[in-house]
Design a protein around this ligand. Structure first.
Ligand code: ACO
Length: 399
């Protein structure tokens, strides 16, 4: 194997690579992407097959441990996660110190960082038992935190997790159940949400995953590293795009502007306006996840009897963009976020919950990469070089 750090020192070259377009920071065995062909595989399995046959927790296991779990391994994993869903009551009170207007992503990252304070004596990144325990804790508690952020924003009481329910059904109940009222999970919504979460579970070295690895490379624990990943995901060029897409569609509808005129403004880069949910650093072909999400959008809205003009608007935008030279030349296609918002909206989630849903989806990938980084003997603290372009040495002015 090549020791690239020695190689760099020997040759004396430093490459300037804004946005890490060409620079690999690690080797990884978790996810394979061929952006030109539109291929995505988790641990070798095509995303289309995974999305059809698997569950969120099964995929989480696959990403974390490298192979599909046996039935008993999966049952045990599921059971352990169910037993860790409760948040400490004090942490529940933590939410009351935040304004109800807080964005759920800010609440999610703050509460995830705060989780660390409860487990400081069990958070040694070099202790495999701690790592296992905190993997389970994070998988179990992040959905509960996200649901509480939602409940807080709408002024409703928090529910305790119902551990008789599956992972996804429990999450739905925590979000949409109301005290003293029976809550019935709609199986169509449950399966569709599970599928969307699966499609988000990993995507190799994207900005948030790279952030998790970078923070983890300093020896920071899983809570701190995942909290940092949540912050990286929040931005509209990354996970925040799902919220931005729906805002964009709503603005087009409300302004009465034609889709053609909006696309013209995008092409002319007027005020930096972009077609949100389009384009990807890696995919220069149709994002395979977007294909599956688009199918789900039709299925879910039909099943729920929801007629949403925003879905028609999104389809119209896609059709116009895909036949336009600006988008063709730049190889811009819908990404995973283009159609997710319409589905989440039909399920009843407010727009600001869309990115927390992405975070729950991506959590297993973040954890898998954190562990891979931790177990790789070649891992070093991440520390990019820079090319200094500032002032030459000069003397401090004397009075
Ligand atoms: N709308 C209009 N033009 C775009 C778009 C877009 N959505 N995306 C890229 N372009 C244009 C750029 O302006 C640039 O044009 P130029 O050559 O005339 O300067 C060209 O396409 C190349 O784009 P870059 O910004 O260099 O591509 P990069 O790989 O750096 O960015 C990104 C990728 C951030 C995803 C970009 O496509 C984008 O901003 N998309 C909209 C936001 C979005 O949907 N993000 C979600 C990404 S997927 C995810 O995180 C889940």
């Amino acid at each position: 194997s090549v020791d690239f750090s020695t190689f760099t020192k020997q040759t004396g070259h430093t490459s300037l690579d804004y946005g890490f377009v060409n620079t690999a920071a690690t080797r990884s065995a978790v996810t394979y992407i061929d952006g030109d062909k539109g291929i995505l595989r988790y641990r070798g399995y095509p995303i289309e097959q995974i999305a059809q046959h698997s569950t969120y927790l099964e995929v989480a296991w696959l990403l974390l441990y490298g192979d599909l779990p046996s039935a008993s391994e999966l049952a045990d994993f599921d059971d352990r996660i169910r037993r860790h869903t409760l948040l400490h009551e004090d942490l529940k009170h933590f939410f009351s110190s935040l304004p109800h207007t807080a964005h759920p992503m800010s609440v999610l990252s703050a509460a995830t960082a705060a989780l660390s304070t409860y487990y400081e004596d069990q958070s040694d990144p070099n202790n495999p038992e701690h790592v296992e325990l905190n993997t389970v804790r994070l998988l179990a508690k992040l959905p509960v935190i996200a649901a509480y952020a939602h409940k807080k924003s709408i002024g409703q009481a928090f529910l305790y997790p119902d551990n008789s329910l599956s992972f996804v059904d429990n999450f739905l109940k925590l979000n949409f159940g109301v005290l003293a009222e029976e809550y019935r999970v709609n199986p169509v919504v449950s399966r569709a949400l599970e599928r969307l979460l699966i499609l988000h579970e990993d995507h190799e070295q994207n900005a948030s995953t790279s952030t998790v690895r970078l923070v983890g490379s300093t020896g920071a624990n899983q809570f701190s590293s995942i909290s940092a990943g949540i912050n990286a995901l929040y931005g509209p060029l990354h996970g925040g795009a799902n919220e931005a897409v729906l805002d964009m569609l709503g603005r087009i509808r409300d302004s009465g502007e034609s889709v053609e005129r909006f696309v013209e403004r995008v092409k002319n880069k007027e005020d930096g306006v972009k077609l949100m949910g389009f384009g990807h650093r890696v995919y220069k072909n149709y994002d395979p996840r977007a294909k599956l999400v688009k199918e789900s959008a039709d299925e879910v809205l039909t099943e729920l009897g929801v007629v949403d003009p925003l879905l028609d608007l999104a389809k119209e935008l896609e059709e116009i963009a895909l036949s336009d030279d600006y988008f063709k030349e730049r190889r811009l296609y819908p990404n995973v976020d283009f159609y997710t918002g319409v589905i989440y909206k039909a399920m009843g989630f407010p727009t600001r919950m869309f990115t927390p849903l992405f975070a729950i989806g991506r959590l297993p990938g973040w954890l898998a990469h954190w562990r891979e980084m931790q177990n790789d003997p070649q891992t070093k603290i991440g520390r990019p070089q820079q090319l200094y372009v500032g002032s030459a040495a000069r003397d401090y002015p004397q009075a």
